[in-house]
Design a protein around this ligand. Structure first.
Ligand code: PRX
Length: 637
């Protein structure tokens, strides 16, 4: 029987062949790859879909547990290999390692704890934790018993946390006393307490002790992690899951105020994340793979936990930030652990590039074989800096384009196997049928073109729905262009068919790699009693990629705008999190509107970017004089 690694594509020709086969016969293609995994019961049908509903199902009738494939299978073949290497925030603290055997035991023990507390298959469990190994253990323990995990990034506010808990009616919250982030300590339990005051569904709160800071204790709800796992068995029979049963929910911002709980299922997600991990990063058995993301985002789910572990890889997790204690921390970790694949975000690359290269030159980075980028378009300058200073102009760079909704990488080169091109994600992965369309939805045939990116055929890890709102799922992803998945991104294509993602075509702005819908930020601003209306737009920023500018109209003009601006920023921080605070807030007497009353965001974006000469014809505006007012305001900034 063939093994997963028999499907590792090692030459450009084998990539081309695999892609061709995946298009000609997708079911045979994915069926073969899926058969390399452990199934409790084989599937009856590889794919059934109808995107007019929309409905997509893979490996129908198949039964499995993803943790068996991520843990038990490797415990049989390589029990003592490191599954997880954990590097703490403070470089003076010890590295922690979990072999596959250790990780399975820890996951089973925690899974037994979940069961003891009455958590069962299908229950939703919210996880709001720092980047400690226990976060991964909690995630996998949920998957072990078939509970649906919903990880919320630990930088989100209590209001954002509560909204996510309530949206999925989570039965349990897992958090920690606090989190270390560089030289800061974040009071996670306090934030969780504030959230839980608004969440009736949560019966229990498990608290992992990380910072040992003082916290409030609610004896009716709170249980220490170390208390409830004590004495529990470290084996736990995996729940038998249908391939289409939900594995997790992960929230992403959208163009309206409410976050979208993307639902991923067990079978297809496992197959696709493992296949793409192995191929994009060209993982080899001895490699030490490091992705610097946070598990609160999809990159952490797919390419720190599930993909690497399903491939039996060693995945390095880092608790801290690139600047602590100094801006050399990433390189110190690369040298210390002889990291072979390093996967980060353009915003981190740009921030690192601002510091002297001396901070890199002190370290031996010769172990690096692959560099990766994800989360937003990588600009030319950052790409070349990465290539020159970290890759010494010879390490392949993979620029991976994908989304929370896609579950896994859809467009990327395969490291050292298929050609790379600076700032281009390059070619669609096997199984991915991409197309560019124009505004009317007409497919652009010629290769060299610019348009809206769409995907025309299902792949195994596409999110199956938005939790509790299938209509919205249909509306957002399947109604813009009939029969096609619409990711919300624009793209360029070159003569060779390589794609370069140019950015969002909707009201989502990517700030430091975080997706932020402008609508929820505007809602937070409008909640201030002095505010009538607001508009938030993104504009280019050297390090963050984009920054936010808010234009705010007040009921009455006031003398002290500074206080109001800081209150508005605070409100945003409270409702969403500090990541959503705008860099610039301008009080204006009106917003440029069309005659039908629609805010002309395009003009606001141009103004924020200081592209005053590119405003175009503004004479059709209802209130063109407002543009002059804003230009005068910009001059005073
Ligand atoms: O606009 C694209 C951008 O990030 C969006 C997805 O964000 P999120 O769901 O948070 O997932 C990020 C991690 C997969 C996309 O719609 N994006 C992601 N990767 C790239 C990118 N833009 C350009 N190039 C990329 N490599």
């Amino acid at each position: 029987m063939k093994q997963l690694y028999d499907y590792q594509l090692k030459t450009n020709e084998s990539f081309r062949e695999a892609h061709k086969k995946s298009i000609e016969n997708p079911q045979a293609f994915w069926g073969e790859i899926a058969s390399t995994f452990k199934w409790q019961q084989p599937w009856e049908e590889v794919l059934r879909y109808d995107w007019s509903v929309p409905k997509t199902a893979w490996f129908l009738g198949g039964k499995l547990n993803i943790t068996e494939n991520c843990l038990d299978c490797h415990v049989v073949t390589h029990p003592d290999k490191d599954a997880l290497i954990w590097e703490p925030n403070d470089p003076n603290d010890a590295t922690v390692r979990y072999t596959y055997k250790d990780l399975l035991s820890a996951v089973c023990q925690f899974a037994n704890g979940l069961k003891n507390q009455g958590i069962k298959k299908g229950d939703r469990v919210c996880i709001y934790m720092p980047m400690v190994p226990e976060l991964t253990i909690a995630v996998l323990a949920c998957a072990r018993i078939g509970a649906i995990h919903s990880v919320v990034f630990a930088g989100f506010s209590s209001t954002a946390l509560a909204a996510r808990i309530n949206d999925a009616s989570c039965a349990l919250l897992i958090t920690s006393d606090g989190a270390f982030r560089g030289n800061k300590t974040v009071p996670l339990k306090d934030i969780a307490d504030q959230a839980l005051a608004q969440c009736e569904s949560v019966k229990k709160c498990f608290v992992f002790q990380r910072t040992f800071q003082e916290i409030n204790w609610n004896p009716r709800k709170d249980i220490w992690w170390h208390d409830f796992i004590e004495g529990l068995a470290d084996t736990c029979t995996p729940a038998i899951m249908d391939a289409e049963d939900p594995l997790f929910i992960l929230y992403t911002s959208g163009s309206t105020g409410k976050p979208k709980g993307m639902v991923h299922s067990c079978g297809g997600y496992m197959v696709y994340t493992a296949y793409t991990f192995m191929n994009v990063f060209q993982y080899q058995p001895e490699d030490i793979y490091w992705c610097t993301a946070d598990i609160g985002w999809i990159t952490g789910h797919s390419y720190m936990i599930y993909g690497p572990l399903a491939c039996g890889a060693t995945s390095l997790h880092f608790e801290g930030v690139p600047s602590y204690p100094k801006w050399n921390r990433f390189w110190e970790i690369c040298e210390k652990h002889k990291v072979t694949q390093f996967y980060t975000a353009p915003t981190a690359i740009r921030a690192l590039a601002k510091h002297p290269t001396k901070l890199i030159e002190d370290y031996d980075l010769s172990s690096l074989k692959v560099l990766g980028s994800v989360g937003e378009p990588i600009n030319e300058e950052a790409w070349h800096w990465y290539d020159t200073h970290i890759g010494y102009n010879e390490t392949p760079i993979v620029d991976t384009w994908w989304q929370t909704e896609t579950g896994g990488i859809l467009i990327s080169s395969l490291a050292g196997v298929t050609p790379q091109k600076p700032t281009y994600a390059t070619l669609p992965m096997p199984g991915i049928q991409a197309a560019l369309v124009d505004n009317e939805g007409k497919v652009i045939i010629e290769n060299e073109a610019e348009g809206i990116l769409t995907i025309n055929y299902p792949w195994p890890s596409i999110a199956r729905t938005i939790y509790g709102d299938h209509e919205r799922y249909k509306e957002v992803y399947f109604s813009a262009f009939e029969g096609r998945y619409f990711p919300g991104d624009g793209a360029l294509r070159d003569v060779d068919g390589n794609y370069r993602i140019t950015g969002r075509v909707d009201d989502v702005v990517i700030v430091s790699g975080h997706n932020l819908g402008t609508a929820p930020i505007e809602n937070a601003i409008n909640a201030h009693p002095a505010v009538v209306e607001s508009a938030v737009v993104g504009y280019p920023h050297d390090i963050k990629g984009n920054a936010l500018m808010a234009y705010v109209i007040l009921y009455e003009s006031i003398e002290d705008n500074a206080t109001l601006i800081s209150e508005v920023r605070e409100e945003i921080s409270k409702q969403i999190g500090p990541i959503a605070k705008p860099d610039r807030v301008m009080v204006v007497s009106g917003l440029p509107k069309t005659r039908s009353g629609k805010i002309m965001r395009r003009i606001l974006r141009k103004l924020a970017a200081n592209e005053i000469d590119q405003l175009g014809d503004i004479s059709t505006l209802l209130n063109p004089e407002i543009v002059d007012e804003i230009i005068a305001g910009l001059a005073k900034e």
